[in-house]
Design a protein around this ligand. Structure first.
Ligand code: DCP
Ligand code: MG
Ligand code: MN
Length: 338
């Protein structure tokens, strides 16, 4: 009714509440009482606020709103903002915000901070803002990283890295994942998935980080390392490279994976991200859990659904077997676009 419309538009958090309400309705339909209650409490708490809640931190400070819901609220606020940006003519500042978001390593918070500090161009940032090393590299190579990589060039990257690697260790296997594996005609970066049968992840890590990567730098292929993260599920190395005779820097990811986890890692690093989310949701509806290490069962959850145990590994190494165990027909990578 008109009255509803008016009162809704008076609440600064109306948009957020609307989305949360839709989610609550969904949880009611699937009889997820725990989430339903959590969402209802959060909605009631949000209705009482007289100012717009835009960050997870603000949301978390409100009674009845937990950490996860707080993150969700921030996501909703920003997604609405992004959706508006895509659908409507851009406000001058939104256009700047959008530009800053495209810089490698820059997220929502950093982009909006720069906008509010009055920066309007990439040049403003380079000359006036306090930048981290990666932000600076991201701006200096902004055009390079924005340029899509033709499929044929990705083939050449594969050949180049495989050639270099075969001289170091002939047992290492390299697969290019991401949009390339899905058959895309061009990609944003090159995602190398690297494994070695009968080899521990520690040894593989040593070979790649201490021999392959230095060698690729020495040959002039690698230009810069941007980030390295190591967890139990493997190692990720992010950097930039250019093929001999070319000058455009390309974003390169090396993802090191133990052989036993290759199936699950292939699913994760092939994506796309939406497909990953939906297949993980499907696993959880079947009482299982899919992550980049494998498919798990008997996952024990405690208070607030917090996972208490990892569960039992059902399958990790065979991509097709994971689909089978989930009861989904095999989907070739080209059909994993949601
Ligand atoms: N991925 C994910 N969720 C994320 C980021 C990545 O599930 N938030 C997975 C799915 C992606 C894969 O990792 O397909 C590789 O990530 P990229 O960012 O390289 O994305 P794509 O390779 O799919 O696309 P692009 O051509 O832009 O690189
Ligand atoms: Mg990619
Ligand atoms: Mn990538």
């Amino acid at each position: 009714s008109k009255h509803d419309g008016t009162s809704r538009s008076e609440n600064p958090n109306a948009k957020t509440i609307e989305v949360l309400q839709k989610m609550a309705d969904y949880y009611e339909r699937i009889q997820d009482h725990w989430r339903l209650t959590a969402y209802r409490k959060a909605i009631a708490a949000l209705r009482k606020r007289t100012t717009k809640i835009t960050t997870a931190k603000e949301a978390f400070a409100i009674p009845f709103i937990g950490k996860r819901l707080a993150d969700k609220i921030e996501e909703i606020v920003w997604t609405n903002r992004l959706r508006r940006l895509e659908n409507t003519k851009l406000e001058p500042n939104d256009e700047v915000f959008h530009l800053f978001l495209k810089i490698y390593s820059v997220g929502l918070a950093q982009a909006s901070k720069w906008v509010s500090q009055g920066y309007r161009t990439l040049d403003d940032l380079l000359t006036k803002a306090q930048l981290t090393r990666n932000q600076k590299l991201g701006i200096e190579h902004f055009d390079d990283f924005q340029t899509r990589i033709p499929r044929q060039e990705t083939d050449s990257h594969g050949q180049y890295v495989r050639d270099t690697c075969s001289n170091i260790d002939a047992g290492i296997q390299i697969t290019i994942g991401g949009s390339y594996r899905r058959g895309a005609t061009d990609s944003g970066d090159v995602d190398f998935i690297i494994t070695k049968p009968d080899c521990s992840i520690e040894i593989l890590r040593t070979i790649i980080l201490e021999r392959l990567i230095p060698q690729l730098f020495q040959r002039g292929y690698l230009k810069v390392g941007l980030a390295t993260t190591s967890k139990q599920d493997g190692t990720k190395w992010h950097g930039a490279a250019a093929l001999p005779g070319t000058s455009v820097w390309r974003r390169i990811d090396f993802l090191l994976v133990p052989r036993e986890e290759m199936g699950a890692a292939l699913i994760y690093f092939t994506g796309n991200d939406i497909f990953n989310r939906s297949i993980r949701l499907l696993a959880s509806k079947k009482g299982m859990r899919l992550n980049q290490r494998g498919l798990w069962k008997d996952v024990i959850r405690g208070k607030n659904r917090k996972r208490m145990t990892q569960g039992t590994l059902v399958e990790g190494k065979d991509e097709k077997r994971i689909f089978e165990l989930l009861g989904v027909p095999w989907r070739p990578p080209q059909h994993r676009i949601c």
